[in-house]
Design a protein around this ligand. Structure first.
Ligand code: BGC
Length: 757
């Protein structure tokens, strides 16, 4: 029994409609369906997305993840009164997302203003077994008296992305008494979508269809006797047509057949098939914690659920959007969030998915090369934000200043280049964790060579040394600086790894070795001060500081920008998010515990954590240094980014990177897992709140489970695995228990991570 937790929506409230619509999204990596209610509410933003289906609507716009026609909406009338929780009385309410299989359930009793009382239960899921399938049931029970009911549901093509229409209607059809089908094309004509829905109500219902105002609807009416129930079952099949294959007509016919085959199975059988798929994932990858805070397991299950739900395992031309498939935030674009915050989870639990995510970058090398060329550099400059094609998708301008009418340029596309090295970092970790030679020989060599070539061409010579000028590091409150430490170290690492790995798996381009060698000799790597503190960039240490307590108390809301302009913030020691500490996290072998502690002490008071990518990283570095209380506090704060009380925190989608960071914090923080010099290191140390932590991982194709208590760690491996435990090299065979006391006894152990004690 896995006892997987659920997520509860505690009460109906117009204020939290969109937050829970994001958090409880039903998704399967292929499609995402926001957890909006069946009935309409003005504030409610419906959302149905297919991973990788983007469109650019016009001048000054970028590609955005298309909000497709809605199928979730069901308008119900009871004795002529529209069902809405804004009128009448809600006598009971329960709503939950079952993480174990992604089923969203609601059960409530509603009394209409005129007194008719009904129980309404609804359930839905998007299938892990058949990706295009979204199944729904909506049941009404007449509790006290006979009632007349009217249902109206279908395929609603009036959806937009905040008012932007992306689709043109191609055809609308009805087959028999219960099947509806619509086809739409993006306005550019590049993609088509076919949605087919089967809607079954009672035999007694009177049914008619309407197609107007972009809506294809089935309308049914029926009488329900007191005590009786009626269930509307709606099975939807949602697919994108790639242009090359079948004609639209043949394709639509195939969709109809697929839909009918599924609909014939019925909701419960479809759910069982999906559940079996989910179950495999839970068994293989679930992290289990015994904590005095029950919310900790919910957070870990939330992360597991969404990491599975957001990842397009079926299509390597698509990567993970910053909000997954849960909303339109960041227009569905892909950032460094994927390689740094999400890919490690896949790498250590399902490496083939990590490979697919890296293939996305590999397949988009042409766009990255073109961007480098356009800017006068060589190699590959990956776009800061990307969609499907690999072109730069960062909007040119941020929000308008409504006083001046001016818009501030977004600088990230021009200068936030560390993503290039982050991708190379992920490639190298992929190799270490998998030893996948075939990947390294093709994709790995290309990615490492092209990224390294970019850095070599990007450097400028100043008094004999090489520097990286006019960059933005991870801290986006500090723009256009020279020698951002994160960027310089990561670029150095990128070039060093290319020089090391490319000759092993491919051929160095003529002259590359000499150029790389020169870069490594001469690139300026900012030096730490006596305590180990690294300056974030050339000018950072000379800037003034201010008390950030008030802004840190509202981390995530960017309230500093209400008091200061961006230009002013740029001239102070204010970090939006982890930067030097991020570097400490990413290259653990380069920085001693003392240096990490010094950087935490220096940068934490200067970091607002206005980005969701920040706290968890400070938490992991703290935990790695043995500061377990701080590590735990920051990990918990990280879990609250989506799961906390703030009603609007996740309106336009969950924070995918923060979700990855929940897993990272447990595994890389408290299980102390790191990849150092290519080897697997474990240095578990639990916070006092945790009595046990169980983590399954995969290393070199071998499944390994870590069962950690405050006193010991029991490792179980399916085959021999060599690794470092608390600084001592061991080979794990079958199941073995290692007592912490033995390792930290000076005579036996050689624990090098002094902070872990
Ligand atoms: C952060 C970036 C991040 C992006 C998408 C921004 O607020 O500063 O680091 O990549 O959000 O999550």
């Amino acid at each position: 029994m896995l006892n997987i937790t659920t997520l509860n929506d505690p009460a109906f409230s117009p204020h939290t409609l969109n937050k829970y619509a994001s958090l409880m999204t039903c998704a399967n990596g292929y499609m995402g369906v926001r957890a909006t209610h069946e009935e309409d509410y003005t504030q409610q933003v419906r959302g149905l997305y297919l991973a990788g289906l983007y469109h650019c609507a016009g001048r000054g716009e970028t590609n955005e993840l298309i909000n497709l026609p809605d199928v979730v909406g069901i308008q119900l009338e009871v004795n002529g009164a529209p069902f809405t929780l804004l009128s009448g009385e809600t006598e009971s309410w329960q709503r939950e997302l079952d993480f174990s299989d992604g089923e969203l359930r609601r059960e409530l009793i509603w009394r209409s203003a005129s007194g008719a009382r009904v129980r309404i239960t609804s359930r839905r899921f998007s299938s892990m077994a058949q990706l295009p399938l979204l199944a729904m049931q909506f049941t009404v029970t007449a509790l006290d008296e006979d009632v007349s009911l009217a249902f109206s549901t279908g395929i609603d093509g009036t959806q937009t992305n905040s008012g932007r229409q992306h689709l043109d209607e191609l055809s609308l059809r009805v087959f028999g008494q219960q099947v509806l089908q619509g086809a739409w094309a993006t306005q550019s004509g590049d993609a088509e979508v076919v949605i087919t829905s089967s809607i079954q109500v009672s035999q007694q219902a009177e049914i008619c269809f309407t197609a107007k105002n972009r809506r294809l609807m089935q309308n049914s009416t029926l009488q329900l006797k007191a005590g009786d129930s009626v269930t509307l079952e709606k099975i939807n099949w949602i697919v994108q047509r790639s242009r090359e294959i079948l004609s639209l007509e043949s394709f639509s016919r195939r969709c109809l057949n697929d839909l009918q085959t599924s609909a014939a199975m019925g909701y419960d059988a479809l759910r069982n098939a999906s559940r079996a798929e989910w179950h495999k994932g839970w068994q293989a990858r679930r992290v289990v914690v015994e904590s005095i805070n029950q919310a900790d397991q919910v957070a870990l299950d939330f992360a597991h659920y969404h990491l599975a739900a957001m990842t397009p395992r079926h299509d390597e031309r698509t990567s993970i959007a910053a909000k997954g498939l849960t909303g339109e935030g960041y227009k569905g674009h892909v950032f460094w969030d994927t390689e740094v915050f999400l890919l490690p989870y896949h790498l250590l639990t399902a490496p083939s998915t990590a490979r697919s995510l890296l293939r996305y970058r590999y397949l988009n090398l042409p766009g990255a090369r073109a961007k480098a060329r356009r800017n006068g550099w060589h190699g590959a400059l990956f776009p800061w934000e990307s969609a499907r094609s690999g072109e730069e998708e960062t909007p040119e301008f941020a929000a308008i200043n409504i006083r001046t009418g001016l818009r501030q340029k977004i600088a990230s596309a021009q200068a936030e280049h560390h993503l290039v090295a982050d991708i190379a970092w992920a490639v190298v970790n992929y190799w270490h964790a998998t030893h996948d030679e075939a990947f390294m020989r093709s994709e790995g060599v290309s990615l490492l060579t092209e990224t390294a070539t970019f850095w070599i061409s990007r450097a400028v010579e100043v008094n004999g040394r090489l520097e990286l000028h006019d960059v933005i590091g991870p801290d986006e409150y500090t723009e256009h600086v020279n020698n951002n430490a994160f960027t310089n170290y990561m670029a150095w690492h990128n070039v060093a790894q290319a020089l090391y790995f490319v000759p092993q798996f491919g051929e160095l381009q003529p002259g590359f070795a000499a150029r790389a060698d020169d870069f490594l000799q001469r690139l300026w790597l900012p030096e730490p001060d006596a305590q180990g503190v690294l300056a974030q960039d050339d000018t950072f240490m000379g800037k003034p500081t201010i008390d950030l307590a008030k802004y840190k108390a509202k981390a995530g809301k960017q309230t500093i920008l209400l008091d200061y302009s961006r230009a002013e913030v740029n001239e102070m020691q204010i970090l939006k998010q982890a930067d030097v500490v991020m570097l400490n996290y990413m290259l653990p072998e380069r920085f001693s515990t003392a240096a990490c502690l010094a950087n935490l002490a220096y940068y934490e008071p200067r970091t607002i954590h206005d980005s969701s990518l920040s706290k968890a990283i400070h938490g992991i570095v703290s935990a790695r240094c043995g500061q377990l209380a701080d590590g735990y506090r920051q990990w918990r704060d990280g879990t609250l980014i989506d799961l906390g009380d703030e009603p609007h925190s996740s309106d336009d989608g969950i924070h995918a990177a923060a979700t990855g960071a929940i897993w990272l914090g447990a595994v890389e923080g408290f299980a102390g897992l790191s990849i150092c010099n290519g080897e697997l290191h474990l240095a578990p140390a639990l916070p006092v709140e945790w009595q046990r932590l169980c983590v399954p991982i995969c290393w070199h194709g071998v499944s390994l489970t870590l069962d950690i208590t405050p006193e010991a760690v029991t490792l179980h491996s399916a085959a021999d695995v060599r690794l470092w435990l608390w600084g001592t090299e061991i080979v794990v065979q079958g199941q073995q228990r290692y007592s912490r006391a033995d390792f930290f006894n000076a005579e036996i152990g050689t624990a090098t991570r002094e902070g872990a004690e």
